[in-house]
Write a new protein. Structure first.
Length: 51
């Protein structure tokens, strides 16, 4: 599971299929954006943050 958009400052900008915190020195993203819609709102706002 991954957010729609994330930004991590101070790391090289190369193509990643996903960002794994444990493979990036334990550094979490500095900014995370999840875009929601009426059909995914409950999942995006309730289920995903718990995970």
């Amino acid at each position: 599971m991954a957010p729609d958009v994330y930004v991590v400052f101070g790391f090289s900008n190369h193509k990643r299929d996903n960002y794994k915190v444990w493979e990036e020195g334990g550094v979490p993203p500095d900014f995370v954006l999840e875009i929601t819609s009426a059909t995914t709102q409950t999942k995006d706002q309730e289920s995903k943050p718990e995970i």
